[in-house]
Design a protein around this ligand. Sequence first.
Ligand SMILES: CC(C)(COP(=O)(O)OP(=O)(O)OC[C@H]1O[C@@H](n2cnc3c(N)ncnc32)[C@H](O)[C@@H]1OP(=O)(O)O)[C@@H](O)C(=O)NCCC(=O)NCCS
Length: 187
Amino acid sequence: MINDIHPLAEGVRLRPATLGDAESFAETLTRSRAYMRRWDPVRPEAFYTPEGQVRRLTALLAEREAGRAMPWVLADDEDRVVGAMTLASIELGVFRNARLGYWIDVDRAGRGLATAAVAQVCELARDGLGLHRIEAGTVLDNAASQRVLAKCGFELYGTAPRYLHINGAWQDHRMFQRILHDAPPQR
Ligand SMILES: CC(C)(COP(=O)(O)OP(=O)(O)OC[C@H]1O[C@@H](n2cnc3c(N)ncnc32)[C@H](O)[C@@H]1OP(=O)(O)O)[C@@H](O)C(=O)NCCC(=O)NCCS
């Protein structure tokens, strides 16, 4: 289930990321660079190259192997990357928690894709990974991201001062969580 392909909308599907996505990632991230700037860390120039994406994905896929991350892409009908969803800092035991991050290609934004993908990732986290809770943080004025989280059943639980270094500064974040189920941890 966790490794399956999940149709979302408009010919776009959610599937696990692969090293072969590096070139497509570089292309879409370059196209979306200005659009993402306000919500993203400052990236080195190499981040926007296929080689930089190979390095990033190699590290991320090693995290997946270790059970600490689950990276998906949103792929169009030509299998080009048009967005990404990542569960990071996956922890099991009595926490069974992960942090969710996501973005959508500038040319595909505003059509419900993030909402469909976040809803699907929550299902996979619950039924495929057995997680109990997902958390996500947004900078205070990222209204679109906050709306996506609200539509997907996340609740606001607080504000974290100077939480992440975004767009060149340590920025306060609104913190959201979704409890996925209340079954006890599996052993
Ligand atoms: C945030 C982001 C992922 C949303 O993706 P998307 O596919 O456009 O999201 P959706 O279309 O599913 O939903 C967006 C919702 O936000 C609303 N929205 C968009 N811009 C808004 C704004 N400036 N103020 C208030 N609401 C806004 C839309 O109307 C929609 O809500 P609705 O369905 O009730 O009308 C996308 O804008 C993005 O990639 N942003 C840059 C990276 C980023 O911010 N990532 C998240 C970091 S926490």
